[in-house]
Design a protein around this ligand. Structure first.
Ligand code: CTP
Length: 425
């Protein structure tokens, strides 16, 4: 079942940051949102109506007393349409008028009439931002339930360096979508999700280690998407150079043992609805890493003395100690020989079902590796989601290779419907 896109009403006020509005619309579209733009007449001094209507795919609304526009979609209908309203840039003037409850133009009228949550992205000169009048308006609007994102610090158009810069479009788009998802409800709102991502390392000596090619992209995408859909997310990350997604708690770990310990601590702390074990946990570990850096000549002779052992199986250990209603999702990257699609799929399902069973997981996403467009080093992925239903299972192919973020959304839609929506098994 696929849900309709989140609807965002973007109110663009008349500040210099309005020139970023088309980029913001594109970022919202990239998040999968439907976007309707309202631009104040002052905003149109900084950005053209044509640019905004082209990127949003809808006519821009600018004035209240426009007989033609009111005739088709009135301002009240406009106020009722969105799942969330994003005001970006929110100028000192617009904040003041909204805080006072004025309805003197289309933007303020809609802000007063809407029942959708409002996300404000202020952008103005530092002194204007710090002025007690603006701070009072901020408190008033926050008191009405408004959420504020930013402003950021940085170089301002007026030449000042300080607080007042509009937060970057991709971050605003993520905030708006997350607010829309929370407003609409849905299976992930209020859920607790624990995700593991990236590789693990086992050290040979202080500077050398064995690891694998995992980049953490898929795990980070799932963590980010779950947070956007209203879940409270903890991400246990192996060593990867990636920014923590917005509103996600991160715990960094190095070895398989550290990962198990961190995940157990999270499961102890509070009930978890879903554990997504996306990490490529190393299977080999060195029992006695060398304490000093090994000399080059000593490397090969020393390898046996380091002692090799199998690393702990994090997923199997966690499912073995399963408590409460936690659902476990595993991932399996498999190489399958051959060219016959049906035979490849059948083999992937066979391998996946075996792994689903011996890991004790509730679902497993199995994908083929060793082919372009899939797996570790690729930006896209595709595979089959296997979900256990008692002694039976269901198979859900994800379709052709898609960007990992879109795949994360697809996976959460599937799992949400399967495990957490009303009437779910
Ligand atoms: N996994 C784990 N701990 C390990 C290895 C894997 O928790 N030591 C988890 C992975 O995060 C993944 C699932 O188990 O969710 C399957 O990983 P995979 O590497 O395919 O499984 P292996 O047990 O290593 O199986 P194989 O024998 O195919 O390598």
């Amino acid at each position: 079942m696929s849900r309709r896109p989140d609807r965002v009403l973007l109110v663009v006020a008349g500040g210099i940051a309005a020139y970023k509005a088309p980029e913001l619309v594109r970022a919202l579209k990239a998040e999968g949102c439907d976007v309707q733009v309202i631009a104040t007449p002052a905003a149109l001094a900084f950005v053209t109506e044509l640019a905004l209507s082209t990127v949003s795919g809808r006519p821009v609304r600018t004035t209240l007393l426009d007989a033609a526009a009111e005739g088709s979609v009135g301002h009240i209908e406009l106020a009722d349409w969105p799942d969330t309203v994003l005001v970006a840039p929110a100028t000192a003037d617009l904040m003041a008028r909204a805080a006072a409850g004025l309805a003197s133009d289309l933007a303020t009228c809609v802000l007063l009439a809407t029942r959708a949550p409002i996300v404000w992205a202020p952008a103005m000169n530092t002194n204007m931002w710090r002025h007690p009048a603006t701070q009072k308006n901020l408190a008033t609007l926050a008191g009405y339930g408004g959420e504020f994102v930013g402003p950021d610090r940085g170089e301002l158009a007026c030449g000042w360096v300080g607080e007042g810069r509009m937060i970057d479009p991709p971050i605003l788009a993520a905030a708006a979508r997350s607010r829309a998802a929370r407003a609409r409800g849905g299976p992930w709102v209020g859920r607790r999700v624990l995700v593991s991502a990236g590789p693990t390392r086992s050290h040979i000596d202080p500077v050398r280690f064995i690891a694998n090619a995992s980049t953490g992209a898929m795990g980070f995408a799932i963590a980010e998407e779950a947070a956007k859909q209203g879940a409270s997310v903890t991400l246990v990350a192996g060593p990867v150079d990636r920014a923590t997604p917005p509103a996600v708690q991160r715990v960094d770990v190095t070895s398989a043992g550290d990962m198990l310990e961190a995940m157990e601590a999270e499961l102890e702390r509070a009930p978890v609805d879903l554990v997504a074990m996306v990490a490529a946990v190393g299977d080999l570990e060195i029992e006695r890493p060398h304490t000093g850096k090994l000399e080059k000549q000593a490397l090969i002779p020393s390898m046996a003395a380091l002692g090799w052992r199998r690393a702990v199986d994090v997923l199997a250990t966690l499912t073995g100690r399963k408590r409460g209603a936690t659902k476990f999702l595993g991932f399996a990257a498999q190489t399958v020989e051959g060219v016959d699609e049906a035979a490849i799929t059948a083999e992937l399902v066979r391998l996946g079902l075996h792994k689903l069973a011996y890991k004790g997981a509730d679902a497993l996403f199995v994908n083929r590796v060793g082919v372009p467009g899939l797996g570790f080093a690729s930006d896209t992925n595709a595979g089959i989601l296997l979900v256990r239903r008692g002694q039976q299972h269901v198979e859900r192919p994800s379709g052709p290779p898609t960007p990992k973020r879109a795949l994360a959304r697809w996976l959460l839609d599937q799992l949400g419907a399967e495990f957490f929506e009303e009437g779910a098994r």
